[in-house]
Design a protein around this ligand. Structure first.
Ligand code: FAD
Length: 416
């Protein structure tokens, strides 16, 4: 039987693959998205769902290495590195450490804010245009502190963020506690990022999939892509469901990208940065804004349909076990800040792998040495926030349109 043939085959059906599919369909291309599991069941499923231009500064900042070393041997710290022999991980960490300086911090912040700010506007447009029922609310996000020194550090950083178009509003502890009755006493202060937003990520990816199908895109779940090879005028994929052919392929495999890219001789230094979340039914007293409890790095997101505590960053390879100690650290962190830290009923305990690059920028563009292969991966902590602009940028690059912003910082060649 002849293999189906499409303009573009997208490998990976997370937020990035789906958003890229949607933008390509809108540009008039036929699209087929293939996922090894259920669509949207990777990192895009149980994350915190915050949409955060505020997070333009990268993880690699001056002083981070010293902090990370202190945390390294603390199994319930917000950042944990499982000590082990793994040359790819150590190479990644050395490159990451080398970027913990002001010059690289500014360069990454600049490139991240371009993608984030564009995505924020485009996402609001998509929600309206396609009627995405994903509990999207433009209600900002608060960083909340109990430690006055840490609060002051971020107040100082907030002044720098204005340069990158990130607005902030600073509250002293007393004012914030009055505004936010969900908090326990003892808040040192808070910083609000009014430009941030939130959505329910599992609904967002389900809605993207609906719109892709409505526009004629094909989505095949439980279809693992095993091999990609050149074929006349394009590419051929060998999958668990047979072969698929297309003119172009996009690798949108999140944390699974490096092993697949390696089969094509392409370097994609992405480490899985494992994070956890617990989803509950809604407590009766919830915060009015999504918030990051900064002293404990716990993110709190509230939707009409539920309540989620999430975060923590663990470099333990492709390990998908749920670590009870790290899940408990989420609840412990929330207990320090909130009057009702957990909901009445646990709906899901989850972990996922953030696709982390050492420069904290995704790989977006043509795969080096492959005319018909493209990469859209490595979005780290921000794949939901960056999904819409990533999709649009990929569609622009692949169809020869001029992108809305300079795509050069994300070129996959930088790792070649
Ligand atoms: C705890 C936590 C909290 C987070 N909070 C936020 C947040 O608040 N805001 C934000 O913007 N981001 C957040 N993130 C980051 C965000 O979740 C990721 O950046 C984003 O989901 C990555 O999307 P993706 O499509 O690249 O990868 P994924 O969603 O992981 O998709 C990759 C897909 O590839 C499929 N696949 C793998 N191998 C194959 C194969 N051989 N063939 C076919 N398919 C295959 C997988 O099944 C998977 O569906 C968070 C992450 C975590 C872990």
């Amino acid at each position: 039987m002849k293999s189906p043939h499409d303009d573009v085959l997208i490998i990976g059906g997370g937020a990035i693959g789906l958003a890229t599919g949607l933008a390509l369909l809108e540009a008039g291309r036929s699209v087929r998205i293939l996922d090894a599991a259920a669509v949207g069941s990777g990192a895009s499923h149980g994350n915190c769902g915050t949409i955060t231009p505020s997070h333009a500064p990268p993880l690699a900042a001056p002083g981070v290495v010293a902090q990370a070393l202190r945390w390294m041997f603390t199994p319930d710290a917000p950042l944990y590195l499982k000590p082990r022999v793994d040359p790819a991980l150590w190479h990644w960490l050395l490159r990451f450490a080398a970027r913990c300086n002001v010059r690289d911090w500014r360069a990454s912040t600049h490139a991240r804010s371009a993608l984030l700010n564009d995505a924020r506007t485009l996402l609001a447009d998509w929600v309206q245009r396609y009627g995405l029922a994903c509990e999207f609310e433009e209600e900002g996000l608060d960083y909340v502190f109990r430690d006055p020194r840490r609060f002051q550090h971020y107040v100082d950083e907030a002044a720098v963020l204005a340069e990158f178009g990130i607005a902030t509003q600073v509250f002293d502890g007393t004012t914030y506690e009055r505004e936010e009755p969900a908090m326990l006493p003892g808040v040192a202060g808070a910083i609000r990022f009014p430009g941030d937003a939130r959505l329910r990520p599992d609904r967002y990816v389900a809605e993207l999939a609906r719109v892709v199908r409505e526009r004629g895109g094909r989505i095949e779940a439980h279809c693992r892509v095993e091999r990609l090879e050149r074929a006349a005028g394009g590419v051929r994929l060998t999958t668990s469901q047979g072969t698929r052919e297309g003119r172009d392929a996009v690798i949108a495999l999140g944390a699974w990208t490096p092993a697949f890219a390696r089969t094509l001789g392409v370097r994609a230094p992405i480490q899985p940065g494992k994070g956890y979340s617990i989803t509950y039914s809604r407590p009766s007293r919830v915060p009015r804004h999504p918030m990051l409890l900064k002293d404990r790095s716990v993110c709190v997101t509230v939707w009409e349909s539920g309540y989620r505590l999430g975060s923590t960053m663990e470099f333990s390879g492709h390990d998908d076990t749920l670590n009870a100690m790290r899940l408990a650290a989420l609840e412990r962190g929330a207990r320090e800040f909130l009057r009702e830290p957990v909901g009445p009923e646990v709906q899901e305990r989850w972990c996922g792998w953030r696709p982390m690059t050492w420069d904290d920028l995704p790989l977006l563009g043509r795969a080096p040495g492959h005319e018909h292969v493209w990469i859209a991966a490595g979005h780290g902590m921000l794949g939901i926030s960056m999904s819409s602009s990533t999709g649009q940028l990929m569609a622009d690059l692949m169809t020869g349109r001029t992108p809305a912003f300079d795509p050069s910082p994300y070129r996959p060649e930088r790792f070649a």
